[in-house]
Design a protein around this ligand. Structure first.
Ligand code: PCD
Ligand SMILES: [Cu+]
Length: 799
């Protein structure tokens, strides 16, 4: 008894994997001691502001900067003409396209960057922006992606004239970017031709935008004397930025130093490189002084990368009993004026090919056409592993549509189609290899928790009274953790990730990673992984990320990849430490290595419990008493290339009541069960789920970057773009099951994006379910009271 409780006590002292350790980050944050980009202030620093286009599509006839330059305090006004000699007026995008850094003779979207003013302070810079005179000649705008490939559509990108080959194959129209196909077209068509039942639906996932508290920005500082370029950047991927900056500028990569300090939220929008960064860097080089550029909220929403804008046609072929036989999907993807999608290079539509979801669908075919329009560029994964939200939304909507057509219960149809636990590893018809899962168990648990049959009975009664109540189910699967490097790279750099750890003589440690926290709590949870592996309490392990001078190379944090990649690297680096520690312990105890066994925080001689060396003892010895021939010190580096993605999943259920007279949707209940394999910190997982669900609620209920017919953006401030506060946000109930990933060293899967991916369809399915008995099969998001009321009114329910 005594020995067991003593062991438990030691285990507890580690605060390792599974512990509800409080966030290490918060001590600084709640005291206002965070360091975000705007907190960086360097001696002699200048401030930049951008001149932006009021038009969606126009020729630039002239730019006159004289008045702006004459304003006291203005140091420079840069235009494309100034960048041209440096060959920096255009830059490559992550998607293999090019993007104008400052508009070159023509603007292609509203708010496009036209010139940068650099001044003593931001106020002078803003005043000078108003003094820059730009003469435009308006061109007809192309706003509707469905018209992008019309024969007489306005040509958006004359720079691509005659280019019949794009980064992802043939281009068939001046506004065509790529066509991407996956799956068995003929086989799928055959199944459809002879299917007992088919359904088809047009589903648009609207253009949306992440809204981190901190907008994008940077401070660039070029040291003329040494030739060093230092950039502070609110970035999710600092190493990638260093590589890109070096490639673009020709400055030796060792002379480029990127620091990503505290990041005030990322959500995918801080992965890429934006024109503002490039011009700020050029300005610093030209002026020999540090230059700060920070977006305001309108600039952020209107110009830095949007998410989604997928116009999908989904079709399912099935048996009369609801067993799905095939899936066929066409997507028209609106990429805006430049293809600046942030996806792994080989995947122009990200991981949209996960659109068979959690279901065992024998045949599938997907085709995605990307087109240019006069809108801001982007296509980042707003809390989504590269288009998985779109994919999951499509299949979760379609399975409901099929259920309605066949009159099968929406939970039941899922059970009939789930990939079964014994089918894993499961290879989907579109080529994803799912590592593990137990979907029926998850859905069963949720249905029991909310008493699903009782909810359906209540709904039937309400329907009889003319009331609107909806029950939405979402049983989603995600594919997160890009790599492996053989299929995933960014501009040729493989998507591994890294951990480097050093144990100090007194038994504390520092570990550095190639990922970059933006609020996810890596300082807290990485230390927990290491604590469990090396037996040093997590409170004695400092975690660092974000400085390219010190951190090992890594691809950054997005796509819920940190736990699957860098988290795995941490576990494996820890094991390397333990391997060396075992040798040192054997030497100290004068026994053979095989006579030792690991016990929480020490090596013990087998069968002789009183003979042991703790990790603390070993750390000290590593610096003064190692076995003959061994290097002193105790450190390890691991670059981890995962063999596969991890496949977290979940079962969500959402219950809504809709006011028949106002169209207001009230979320009565939201029950979310997530399975992310081994849980490192349950409290942090719960926080991630709360955050992701709130963003899902925002997208489903109100977020939209709409454009009018002239290409004016309509949703570019928080007056119009819905950002839920605590007042609007529903109460979340969370639950879990644990299905460890078989290939991850500690069985963990990513979780950061799951609630967003699964949440959006749960809300959507709930709202539409409220109208299902009236024959409604789909309503596009967002479900504002106005839009829902229109449906009610069309159905004559408000009488
Ligand atoms: N199993 C498990 C898993 C996980 N975890 C935890 O949780 C978290 C998360 O994780 P992950 O999933 O791995 O993820 P990451 O990578 O880290 O992150 C990322 C994500 O994350 C999320 N979340 C968040 N939060 C916050 N606060 N902020 C932010 O910004 C954010 N973002 C978002 C997003 S969007 Mo993308 O980018 O779109 O792609 S992607 C994303 C961390 O802390 C970790 O550790 C645990 O514990 N366990
Ligand atoms: Cu931004």
């Amino acid at each position: 008894m005594g020995a067991i409780s003593e062991k438990l006590e030691r285990q507890e002292r580690l605060s390792g994997v599974g512990c509800q350790r409080k966030r290490k980050e918060d001590l600084r944050f709640i005291q206002g001691k965070g360091t975000y980009i705007d907190d960086i202030k360097l001696p002699g620093m200048l401030h930049a502001d951008l001149v932006r286009s009021p038009y969606a599509h126009a020729r630039i006839k002239s730019i006159n900067v004289e008045k702006a330059l004459a304003l006291p305090g203005v140091h420079a006004v840069l235009t494309a003409k100034d960048l041209k000699p440096l060959n920096l007026h255009w830059m490559p995008t992550l998607a293999g396209d090019v993007q104008a850094v400052l508009a070159d003779e023509k603007v292609c979207f509203q708010h496009q960057e036209v010139a940068m003013v650099i001044a003593d302070d931001r106020y002078i810079a803003a005043d000078a922006v108003d003094l820059v005179q730009v003469e435009y000649e308006e061109l007809p705008p192309l706003v509707d992606p469905r018209k992008a490939m019309d024969p007489d559509a306005p040509v958006i990108r004359p720079d691509l004239e005659g280019k019949t080959q794009g980064a992802h194959g043939k281009r068939v129209h001046p506004n065509h970017i790529f066509t991407w196909e996956v799956g068995d077209k003929t086989g799928t068509d055959q199944v459809f031709a002879s299917a007992e039942v088919t359904v088809r639906e047009q589903i648009t996932y609207q253009r949306v935008h992440a809204s981190p508290l901190e907008t994008c920005g940077c401070v660039a500082s070029f040291e003329k004397a040494s030739g060093d370029l230092k950039i502070w950047l609110t970035s999710q991927a600092p190493h990638v930025v260093r590589t890109v900056v070096s490639m673009l500028s020709g400055i030796d990569e060792s002379k480029v130093h990127v620091v990503s300090p505290d990041v005030g939220g990322g959500f995918g929008v801080k992965v890429g490189v934006y024109p503002g960064y490039v011009v700020a860097i050029v300005a610093s080089i030209v002026l020999g002084r540090p230059v700060k550029w920070i977006e305001d909220r309108i600039e952020h929403l209107a110009t830095t990368a949007f998410g989604r804008d997928y116009h999908m046609t989904g079709e399912l072929a099935a048996d009369r009993n609801g067993r799905i036989r095939a899936l066929r999907v066409h997507v028209l993807a609106d990429h805006g004026a430049f293809d600046a999608c942030a996806d792994p290079s080989k995947w122009p539509a990200g991981f949209f090919h996960t659109c068979t979801g959690s279901y065992d669908i024998p045949k599938a075919y997907v085709r995605v056409d990307g087109v240019y329009t006069n809108k801001a560029p982007g296509g980042v994964s707003y809390r989504c592993s590269f288009r998985i939200t779109e994919a999951s939304y499509l299949i979760e909507r379609m399975i409901d549509v099929l259920a309605q057509k066949l009159g099968i219960d929406k939970a039941e149809i899922r059970f009939r189609n789930f990939i079964q636990p014994e089918q894993f590893p499961y290879r989907s018809a579109l080529g994803c290899e799912y590592d593990s899962g137990n979907y029926p168990a998850a859905l069963k648990k949720v249905l029991e928790a909310v008493d699903y049959p009782a909810l359906r009975r209540e709904q039937a009664k309400k329907r009889a009274r003319g009331e609107l109540m909806g029950i939405g189910i979402s049983t989603f699967t995600e594919m997160v953790g890009a790599g492996p490097t053989k299929t995933c790279d960014i501009l040729g750099v493989g998507m591994f990730d890294s951990c480097e750890i050093r144990i100090h003589p007194t038994g504390s440690a520092i570990a550095r990673f190639g990922t970059k926290d933006q609020g996810q709590s890596h300082r807290t949870t990485y230390a927990q992984i290491l604590a469990s592996e090396i037996g040093i309490p997590s409170d004695h392990i400092v975690i660092e990320e974000g400085d390219t001078d010190t951190a090992p190379y890594g691809l950054g944090t997005y796509g819920s990849r940190s736990t699957p990649t860098a988290g795995a690297a941490a576990a494996r680096a820890g094991r390397k430490i333990r391997d060396k520690a075992r040798k040192i312990a054997a030497h100290l105890l004068e026994v053979s290595e095989d006579d030792l066994e690991w016990d929480v925080d020490r090596f013990v001689v087998k069968g002789v419990p009183e003979q042991f060396k703790t990790m603390k003892d070993i750390a000290w010895a590593a610096y003064n008493n190692v076995p003959e021939g061994m290097e002193p010190g105790l450190e390890a580096v691991e670059y981890y290339d995962p063999p596969n993605f991890t496949f977290p999943f979940g079962a969500y259920i959402c219950v809504v009541d809709i006011d028949r007279f106002t169209g207001e949707v009230k979320v009565r209940r939201f029950y979310a069960l997530d399975d992310c394999g081994t849980r490192i910190n349950p409290m942090i997982i719960e926080g991630q789920v709360h955050g992701g669900l709130t963003e899902a609620f925002a997208v489903a209920m109100g977020q939209e970057l709409a454009y009018d017919k002239h290409g004016n953006i309509l949703g570019a401030s928080f007056m119009d773009f819905f950002l839920p506060t605590a007042v609007e946000t529903p109460k979340w109930e969370t639950d879990y099951t644990v299905t460890p990933s078989p290939h991850h060293p500690i069985g963990a899967k990513g979780v950061g994006e799951s609630p967003h991916v699964g949440g959006v369809s749960a809300f959507s399915n709930a709202v539409i379910d409220a109208f299902a008995h009236l024959g409604v099969t789909h309503i596009n998001m967002p479900y504002t009271a106005w839009k829902v009321w229109k449906t009610i009114h069309q159905l004559g329910l408000d009488k």
